[in-house]
Design a protein around this ligand. Structure first.
Ligand code: ADP
Ligand code: ADP
Length: 228
């Protein structure tokens, strides 16, 4: 589904690249977690997948096609993106926020609304929340909406960059459970970033450990636990 071939990212000519020697395959339906210390290149890797950054060298293939050769609108439609600072748009209702990508794609209003109603049930929030504004929701509720926004147009691939990082441990635990269930039911491919090994072990099919811009180990949670 997703393949990195000899990917390098340099933000400037001098100094160590943010990412280098990156070779990796992600299979369809796989839940892959990138883990590593702050500054090791995790976010840069995510951004190169959805073209918020371009590799300096090497290529990234999505469904066999170089992402740089794909129409950005198409690409955005096939990749959901969730970040820690979810950035719900404050003057838009929760429903409008969920429908953001749908409206960019010019889905008709009825379809957008039906989709938002369907999604909000999944995260156990009442339909009436669709009319609320983001500031009327708790942090955990906002984060759920951020996840739903990424799911709205049903992208086969979802990138999540420390999506639960800012939450208290209990809310984070609940959202991890919810999301793992969701991923299995919806058969999505997920690329997830964290610096928390417990989170990685709980969620991942495959863990990718990064350090200083390079992949240093790849394995299942069992492999990693047995061979740290
Ligand atoms: P992580 O997500 O693992 O914390 P990042 O991918 O954000 O790591 O950063 C990797 C390296 O690239 C860091 O040294 C960071 O300072 C640098 N970096 C990230 N974004 C930029 C940017 N836009 N311009 C210049 N350097 C950057
Ligand atoms: P920034 O990087 O300053 O947060 P962007 O313009 O990149 O702003 O993104 C605006 C919002 O759109 C963000 O909240 C982000 O989560 C979302 N977004 C960005 N790229 C994508 C994408 N490929 N698919 C879905 N949502 C996206």
């Amino acid at each position: 589904m997703l393949e990195f071939k000899d990917v390098v990212k340099k933000y400037n000519d001098n100094g160590k690249p943010a990412v280098q020697n990156m070779n990796l395959k992600v299979e369809k339906g796989e839940f892959v977690v990138f883990i590593g210390p702050s500054g090791c290149g995790k976010t840069t890797t995510m951004k190169m997948i959805n073209r918020l950054q371009e590799p300096s060298e090497g290529k990234i293939f999505l469904n066999g096609k170089n992402v740089l050769d794909q129409d950005p609108v198409h690409l955005r439609r096939s990749i959901g993106y969730v970040i820690q600072q979810i950035g719900l748009i404050p003057h838009m209702t929760v429903g409008e926020n969920i429908s953001l990508v749908g409206s960019l794609l010019k889905w008709d209003k009825k379809r957008q609304q039906a989709r938002a109603e369907e999604l909000i049930k999944i995260v156990d929030l009442p339909e009436s929340f669709l009319q609320r504004y983001p500031h009327e929701l708790s942090g955990g509720q906002q984060q759920r909406i951020g996840v739903l926004r990424a799911l709205a147009v049903d992208p086969p691939l979802i990138l999540m960059d420390e999506p639960f990082g800012a939450l208290d441990p209990i809310t984070r635990d609940a959202l991890q459970d919810e999301f793992k269930k969701l991923q299995k039911e919806m058969d999505k491919t997920i690329v997830f970033v964290t610096h928390d090994m417990d989170e990685a072990i709980k969620l991942a099919d495959k863990i990718v450990i990064m350090n200083q811009g390079e992949i240093v180990q790849v394995g299942t949670p069992d492999d990693i636990l047995r061979n740290p």
